[in-house]
Design a protein around this ligand. Structure first.
Ligand SMILES: *[C@@H]1O[C@H](CO)[C@@H](O)[C@H](O)[C@H]1NC(C)=O
Ligand SMILES: *[C@@H]1O[C@H](CO)[C@@H](O)[C@H](O)[C@H]1NC(C)=O
Ligand SMILES: *[C@@H]1O[C@H](CO)[C@@H](O)[C@H](O)[C@H]1NC(C)=O
Length: 479
């Protein structure tokens, strides 16, 4: 009791501090953003808090004959342990489960523990040494630029993600992500705000399109730039935040991204002048260092008026759009009754996106994206809600992860997995991405339902009458 006291005291003080300090701190932040002319958005708790505040401290209850009782630290799970997430009530998670483990006797980062209870007190089904498959964008270094910021998740952050890397980019109102191209394909999901993208293809056909986040209650836009296609992005008057995916985990390697201004700054000026057919004197102001993000000198035409700025193109326009409007796609209601999906790939509905297949997944409260696997690495991003997932790499090993908004994860090719919405009240919304021309998955339930019953019954030691109830269609998300 005595050793516990300083900790409780500190926690009490911290709580008291948080309660009284939050409103004024919040006001200061708002005032700061107002002064800076940026979109009003509380620091670090904006997009995240809206979705997660209800569920962040969620203690799920299990009604399968196991009423949630206040458990002592010495026994966070009372038998029978059916693998549920450990519940430590109002106390800090401790590495204790089923009579094994013991309390932290020294410091631990309890906020991180609380977000990753399955790291602290894993279900008994976890085994072996499965590498970390999760990365929170909040752990990424953020580059602050004049007109926005960017933070990345590359192979150095999440080594098992070899196929795909990611970034979040924020553009202040009217700011540009400068003209550039990549060795790899770029895919974007508009997290918030409105913007305008520009590009040309290898035949000199141009493309301009306005893009929007999940505004006015609609689903967001996504876009895709093939490798080599030069492009730019501009925020419109509300500012813009985008999730970017690139088809190489080693995205920061030299030879991956090429900025126009960087190139010209490293080309003899005489050559640049001859190339463009102009006098060197008119080029005296070209940047000597690429800005990456920069502010515009004149506000662009408003949302929906991108055409006003278009240059007449003798070659015509790009034949297959780079933007896909998710709000114009029908939801595919999950046969399992637990939510819906919208799947985009080059074979089905987004022809240009030959290197990336994607799915926007909406899981109802308590819903479960069924046990399944894929023929490519799956990379995922939590947009809102709280989730739990177990990765099964084969070889008697498994590891369970917990996710919050802004978390990314990878399930390497063929790993079995599920994704469970932990909240009884809030939906879970996330993205699945694959470096593939087509979305492919295998459902465990469908497999077992379509095999000779006796084969399955003998293996699982489950009556045939039970196997007969397994669904023959992929359930996708079960309720
Ligand atoms: C978009 O940003 C606005 C302004 O900060 C905020 O009110 C809104 O909740 C954000 N929307 C999403 C989907 O995060
Ligand atoms: C959202 O609705 C407002 C009001 O109807 C409209 O002015 C605005 O253009 C809409 N935004 C988008 C991105 O559709
Ligand atoms: C380039 O511009 C400078 C300054 O205006 C001028 O003196 C020079 O004659 C120009 N050179 C050519 C080749 O036009």
């Amino acid at each position: 009791m005595l050793s516990r006291l300083p900790h409780l005291l500190l926690a009490g003080l911290a709580l008291a501090g948080a309660v009284s300090a939050t409103p004024s701190a919040d006001e200061e932040v708002r005032a700061f953003f107002a002064r800076e002319g940026a979109a009003i958005r509380p620091l670090n708790i904006g997009r995240r808090s809206a979705a997660s505040s209800q569920t962040r401290h969620l203690r799920p209850t299990f009604d399968d004959g196991m009423p949630m009782i206040k458990r002592s630290k010495r026994d966070s799970i009372t038998p029978p342990d059916v693998g549920q997430i450990a519940d430590f009530g109002d106390q800090d998670p401790q590495p204790i489960r089923n009579g094994n483990g013991d309390t932290f006797l020294a410091a631990s980062n309890h906020e991180i523990d609380e977000q990753n209870v399955d790291n602290v007190a894993a279900p008994p089904t976890d085994a072996g040494t499965v590498p970390n498959l999760k990365w929170s964008m909040s752990l990424s270094h953020t580059r602050l630029l004049n007109g926005g910021w960017v933070r990345e998740q590359t192979i150095t952050d999440l080594p098992p993600s070899k196929d795909l890397a990611a970034a979040e980019i924020r553009l202040s109102p009217n700011a540009y992500r400068e003209l550039h191209w990549h060795r790899v394909a770029e895919w974007g999901y508009i997290l918030n705000g409105t913007g305008r993208i520009t590009a040309i293809d290898d035949s000199g056909r141009s493309y301009t399109s306005d893009i929007k986040g999940p505004l006015n209650g609609t689903d967001a836009d996504i876009y895709y730039f093939p490798p080599g296609v030069p492009h730019s992005i501009q925020a419109l008057d509300q500012g813009l935040e985008i999730l970017l995916i690139f088809t190489d985990g080693n995205f920061d390697a030299s030879g991956t991204t090429f900025m126009l201004s960087d190139w010209l700054a490293h080309t003899p000026l005489e050559i640049v002048a001859q190339n463009f057919g102009v006098n060197t004197s008119v080029l005296s102001g070209i940047p000597q260092k690429d800005p990456y993000i920069l502010k515009s000198t004149v506000p662009p035409a408003p949302y929906g008026h991108g055409g006003d700025q278009a240059v007449s193109d003798p070659n015509g326009n790009v034949p297959s759009p780079y933007v896909f409007h998710l709000d114009q796609q029908e939801k595919k209601v999950a046969p399992g009754g637990g939510g819906w999906v919208k799947i985009q790939d080059s074979v089905t509905n987004f022809p240009v996106s030959t290197l990336l297949a994607s799915a926007l997944v909406y899981v109802e409260p308590n819903g479960l994206r069924e046990l399944h696997w894929h023929t490519n690495d799956e990379w995922l991003y939590i947009i809102s809600g709280n989730a739990r997932a177990t990765a099964f790499p084969g070889g008697s090993s498994a590891r369970t992860f917990d996710f919050q908004p802004g978390d990314t994860a990878v399930f390497p090719v063929s790993y079995g997995h599920y994704i469970k919405n932990l909240s009884p009240t809030e939906p879970l919304i996330y993205l699945e991405l694959f470096k593939a021309p087509k979305f492919v998955d295998f459902s465990a339930t469908q497999w077992l339902a379509l095999m000779p019953r006796q084969v399955v019954a003998d293996l699982l030691k489950v009556p045939i009458s039970v196997i007969e109830t397994f669904a023959k269609e992929k359930q996708l998300i079960v309720s």
